[in-house]
Ligand binder design. Structure first.
Ligand SMILES: [Mg+2]
Length: 378
């Protein structure tokens, strides 16, 4: 079970529409396919991330730095292999102080994630077990949420209503409404429209993507206090994640944050300083399955639940594996996430609002080579 080769392949696909969130807009779907080949012929392969700016840099670190570091290592030695990548100092030839301190580290953690996640797929295949079983096997299905409610050109409140109805008709458990781009009052109105269309049982949450000051987040929270929102996601701006989120929590709506964290250390601080009810740290950004399971165990000790930012192909296994796992999220819109529909040979089964973990070994989601060839970035 020794690692014979590792390869990261960047994929890029421009989207037809522009999808506007609180602090960004999406115009392309990027992802990285990582392949780990073992000396017994087993191939671990998965995809992850939607990195635009640093995609090639992430692949370069995998192919030029972590590949030679791990060749010949036993894929079962997950902690040892992870620690070797984590402790390696990576030179990104970057002298800009701000990106040296901030962006550089998330490039490294994404590269570690790419390798670590593919190694878990290989490990599952080598042991003929699904990853969610290897990680704990708490259940075999997870409720599925739609990421939607984007602000789009010409989109009306009636369109938002129809969007919610579409999710309900397609067996989706609930929805994440994007807020933070328009005024707080407009977002309060949009949340009321979504709740009315979804009905009282629809699992409705909102995601501001760090768009608001604490005052704006609290204004929103007061305006939706009767809507029974499942959570406010990343309500406050990037610089105030700890004290700011802790203050918003006092209004009683659960706060979900952590997709901007890249290590268990950042998640630890959010937890112990009372900034979150739910962590949605992303396994493709924060250094892979090996780091995620440590974070999930730590969170469980503090009564904090685990959600996950996108990436259902891996998140499904993680959230099914642990007792404090919540929902997996998808874009039930081909235009927003064509890779989810075109890259796996088959998507997991969704039934009655639940997504079922595939029974096959590893992540149980073989990838289509023709899709990889078609969208490979050069
Ligand atoms: Mg989010």
């Amino acid at each position: 079970m020794r690692i014979q080769s590792i390869e990261a392949i960047p994929l890029v696909r421009n989207l037809q529409d522009v999808f506007q969130g609180g602090t960004y807009k999406i115009t392309s779907r990027n992802t990285i396919v990582t392949r780990v080949v073992l000396d017994n012929g087993i191939v671990g392969e998965t995809f992850g991330g939607d990195e635009d700016q640093y995609q090639f840099e992430v692949c370069r670190i995998v192919n030029d730095i972590y590949r030679p570091l791990l060749l010949g290592e036993d894929v079962r030695d997950v902690e040892k292999n992870w620690e070797r990548m984590w402790l390696t100092r990576v030179d990104l030839n970057n002298r800009g102080i701000h990106t040296l301190d901030l962006a550089k580290h998330c490039v490294e953690t994404q590269a570690i994630a790419a390798v670590d996640n593919a190694c878990w797929d290989a490990l599952g295949k080598a042991l003929n077990q699904p990853v969610y079983k290897l990680l704990g096997g708490y259940r075999d299905h997870v409720p599925v949420l739609a990421i939607g409610g984007y602000v789009m050109q010409g989109k009306t409140l009636a369109d938002l209503e129809r969007e919610v109805e579409y999710y309900k008709e397609h067996g989706i458990f609930g929805m994440k409404l994007k807020v933070g781009y328009l005024s707080v009052d407009e977002d309060i109105e949009r949340a009321h429209v979504a709740r009315k269309a979804g009905g009282p049982r629809f699992h409705l949450c909102v995601d501001a993507n760090q768009a608001w000051t604490v005052a704006e987040a609290m204004q929103f929270a007061r305006g939706v206090r009767d809507l029974n929102l499942a959570w406010l996601e990343e309500p406050v701006r990037w610089y105030d994640q700890i004290e700011g989120n802790a203050r918003v929590r006092t209004l009683g709506i659960p706060v979900n944050a952590g997709q901007g964290e890249i290590s268990r250390h950042g998640c630890r601080d959010l937890i112990v300083r009372g900034a979150v009810d739910i962590l949605n740290v992303d396994v493709t950004i924060a250094a892979g399955v090996t780091e995620w399971r440590r974070i999930a165990a730590m969170a469980h000790s503090f009564g904090v639940s685990m959600a996950h930012h996108e990436e259902p192909q891996i998140a499904l296994h993680l959230l099914a594996a642990v007792p404090n796992g919540l929902h997996v999220e998808i874009f039930p819109n081909y235009q927003r996430d064509p890779m989810w529909y075109d890259l796996p040979v088959q998507q997991p089964v969704i039934r009655d609002g639940l997504m079922y973990a595939p029974d096959g070994p590893g992540f149980g989601m073989p990838l289509r080579q023709d899709t990889i060839d078609k969208w490979r970035a050069r």
